[in-house]
Design a protein around this ligand. Structure first.
Ligand SMILES: NC(=O)c1ccc[n+]([C@@H]2O[C@H](COP(=O)([O-])OP(=O)(O)OC[C@H]3O[C@@H](n4cnc5c(N)ncnc54)[C@H](O)[C@@H]3O)[C@@H](O)[C@H]2O)c1
Ligand SMILES: O=c1ccn([C@@H]2O[C@H](COP(=O)(O)OP(=O)(O)O[C@H]3OC[C@@H](O)[C@H](O)[C@H]3O)[C@@H](O)[C@H]2O)c(=O)[nH]1
Length: 352
């Protein structure tokens, strides 16, 4: 068997093509394919892989890394000199601007890629975040949202299986649906409408969780699942549609704060720096999850509107508007498991 030549090895060739924001990788079914044996293609893949594995750096893929949470996660990962970070994103709700300080950095690469399509790139860890998160954006093209959640997660799990990489999936409190248990523990299976307008997202995420656990049971892939509750902070799109950014943008523009009826529905809001710490601790820990990551402070939407009014614009009006279908009436994480298993709890409260 001949040794692998850098230019002949699909992995290395793919890697060489990556440049900042410039190229898209294509699937190379050749490598590690169960049908073709390595000898058949004259490549000593194991030796090539050993060379790659002998690096001291940790190579980390972040899907959805130009988005709100993803870009803060990239900032945190880039702080560590041993980390190389690769972001794959189709820019649907994300923006290169969120990562502009890293573009051109020798340890950073940005690739325009929709993860519902096959993706191959040598990495040690995968933070799989890609998916529009705001209801108005995930409902906009619901079929694409399902493809992103299901096919995208399958593609990322396939990559993790080939490379024996650890993979973390960002699930959501929406998997609990309109919860009949309050606060929500990880053991709660949820109350979800499987055919509703939000199903592309909540059922998509539930299917992705199923895939994660099947790959874990069947192939021994190292998985991590974070159940994220409503998160807010810098770099949310001003027109993102989620409630915190909506109210703040409305208060600044002196437009009425649009409380959707009945206004007594509750949410628990986590600041993004806390959330990103939790994701990182989950990835580096030993528990597969799912683990709730959120701030247990619970507020009605009327209370949130009043807080924004007091803090930003005491003159602004608060108006009541129609709600959308299947809006959960209450949401609050039980974070006992995160405290016990990760030693994690949020530090920033909503008023701060
Ligand atoms: N922010 C929250 O409150 C919250 C709560 C629960 C779960 N989550 C999950 O966390 C993750 C990040 O959320 P966010 O708030 O940063 O959302 P976001 O919309 O700001 O970011 C999502 C990113 O994924 C990218 N993306 C979407 N579809 C893609 C595709 N097919 N291929 C490649 N990239 C794609 C977008 O362009 C964007 O950069 C999502 O998976 C979301 O479901 C977020
Ligand atoms: O202008 C608005 C927007 C929203 N709302 C209300 O605020 C609450 C929160 O709505 P958001 O759109 O911010 O978020 P949701 O809780 O519906 O979904 C969120 O939760 C979990 C994550 O996975 C999703 O990514 C995230 O969007 C809802 O009860 C909604 O009715 C308003 O009262 N006014």
């Amino acid at each position: 068997m001949t040794n692998v030549q850098a230019s002949n090895c699909p992995l290395v060739a793919d890697e060489a093509r990556l440049s900042n924001g410039a190229s898209t990788t294509r699937c190379k079914p050749l490598l590690l394919s169960p049908i073709l044996r390595h000898e058949d293609v004259g490549v000593n893949v194991e030796q090539g892989m050993r060379g790659w594995r002998s690096r001291t750096n940790m190579r980390i893929l972040v899907t959805g890394g130009t988005g709100f949470i993803g870009s803060h996660l990239v900032d945190k990962l880039m702080e560590k000199e041993k980390n190389e970070v690769i972001v794959a994103d189709n820019y649907f709700t994300g923006s290169k601007d969120n990562l502009k300080k890293w573009i051109g950095h020798p340890r950073f690469e940005l690739i325009r890629h929709g993860i519902q399509l096959c993706f191959l790139c040598p990495v040690d860890q995968i933070y799989h975040l890609a998916c529009p998160a705001s209801p108005i954006f995930y409902k906009y093209n619901s079929v694409k949202t399902i493809k992103t959640n299901v096919m995208g997660t399958l593609n990322m799990l396939g990559l993790a299986k080939r490379l024996r990489a650890r993979i973390l999936f960002t699930s959501t409190s929406e998997v609990y649906g309109d919860p009949l248990e309050h606060p929500q523990k990880e053991t709660y299976w949820g109350n979800v409408n499987p055919i509703g307008v939000r199903s592309c997202y909540d059922e998509g995420k539930r299917m992705a969780e199923t895939l994660m656990f099947d790959y874990y049971r069947q192939y021994g892939i190292e998985i991590r699942i974070a159940t994220i509750f409503n998160t807010y902070g810098q770099r949310m799109n001003i027109d993102d549609g989620r409630v915190v950014s909506n109210f703040i943008a409305q208060a600044i523009r002196n437009e009425p704060l649009t409380v959707q009826l009945p206004g007594t529905q509750t949410r628990s809001f986590c600041y993004v720096s806390d959330l990103v710490d939790g994701l990182n601790q989950l990835m580096e820990g030993t528990d597969a999850g799912p683990i709730n990551l959120g701030n247990p402070g619970e507020f009605t939407m009327k209370e949130l509107a009043k807080a924004v009014q007091e803090l930003i614009n005491p003159e602004v009006q608060i108006s009541e508007v129609e709600n959308t279908l299947d809006d959960a009436r209450q949401r609050k994480p039980d974070i006992t498991k995160a405290k016990e298993v990760l030693g994690w709890e949020p530090k920033v409260n909503l008023h701060e």
